[in-house]
Ligand binder design. Structure first.
Ligand code: NAD
Length: 248
């Protein structure tokens, strides 16, 4: 990853923070976009060192104009965008018949519109860049096993994560001629602080053949691979990493 320039959206906590740390330690130059200023400050402070480059860009990816500005600012700090990771996401639960208009808007806006907005902004910049090796840019979206497995406490979230799978395919097809690779990862439960606080991890672990939830590095290693020169030919795929919770 040495020298690669990567934007991590939602990179100030949880899976995004772990991804930022992995990539920075591997020599990539990072820009972290996040809506939470205090988490972002902590992230930059934690990863600041002469050996690592991690810029912070604070803002909200839901309004398209703001998302475009955030991605442009990140690209300006980095010089180009070799990779984009979309980790920002929300997952509140609600019984299927109690989902409100506000629940739909909250999940849809961040998980789907936000993901679309940052991808749209990034591919505009990536397609104008010269090739590095065989590829102009790589995008990794974070979906969920819930895109593929019904969970009635989570129907609205599952629908947004299925939409992320679909957006991944649409962008992959449209921008394949530009040599931009667009893939997604679909994890089962990951032991992030947010997920631990949400209380659903023990139930997921009990249904997982490997007998445990994912640790952060069980997932970040896959994201890292999809952003690396190891992947020059996979696009449009959603890779399920679930400890056997589901098989494709
Ligand atoms: N933790 C799990 O069990 C699990 C499992 C499968 C998939 N996922 C997915 O992984 C991703 C990360 O989950 P996490 O547990 O690390 O959550 P998290 O809350 O720890 O991290 C999400 C980050 O996104 C940022 N963010 C939220 N809305 C934003 C916005 N509008 N603009 C910019 N930044 C915004 C938050 O401030 C936060 O830093 C989510 O997409 C989630 O759906 C998580």
């Amino acid at each position: 990853m040495a020298g690669k320039t990567i934007v991590v959206v939602g990179g100030a906590s949880g899976l995004g923070l772990a991804t930022t740390g992995l990539l920075a330690k591997a020599g990539a130059k990072l820009a972290v976009i996040d809506v939470n200023p205090s988490s972002l400050e902590r992230c930059i402070a934690a990863l600041s060192s002469p050996a690592m480059t991690v810029h912070g860009v604070c803002g909200n990816i839901v309004p398209k104009a703001e998302a475009v500005e955030l991605v442009r600012e990140a690209a300006h700090k980095l010089g180009r965008i070799d990779g984009l990771v979309n980790c920002a996401g929300v997952y509140p639960r609600r019984p299927i018949l109690d989902i409100t208009d506000e629940d739909w808007d909250f999940d849809w806006n961040i998980n789907v519109r936000g993901t679309y907005n940052t991808m749209a902004a990034a591919v505009e910049l990536m397609r104008a860049q010269p090739l590095v090796g065989k590829v102009r840019g790589r995008i990794v979206n974070v979906s969920s096993v819930d895109a593929f497995k019904a969970h009635p406490q989570n129907a609205h979230y599952a629908a947004t994560k299925a939409a992320v799978v679909s957006l991944t395919r649409s962008f992959a097809l449209e921008f394949a001629p530009d040599q931009i690779l667009v893939n997604a990862i679909a994890p089962a439960g990951i032991a992030t602080e947010k997920a631990k606080g949400s209380g659903f991890l023990p139930e997921l672990a009990s249904h997982t053949p490997l007998g445990r939830n994912a640790e952060l590095d069980d997932i970040t290693s896959w994201i890292g691979f999809m952003l690396s020169d190891g992947n020059n030919y996979m696009t449009g795929e959603t890779v399920i990493v679930s400890g056997g919770y589901i098989f494709a």
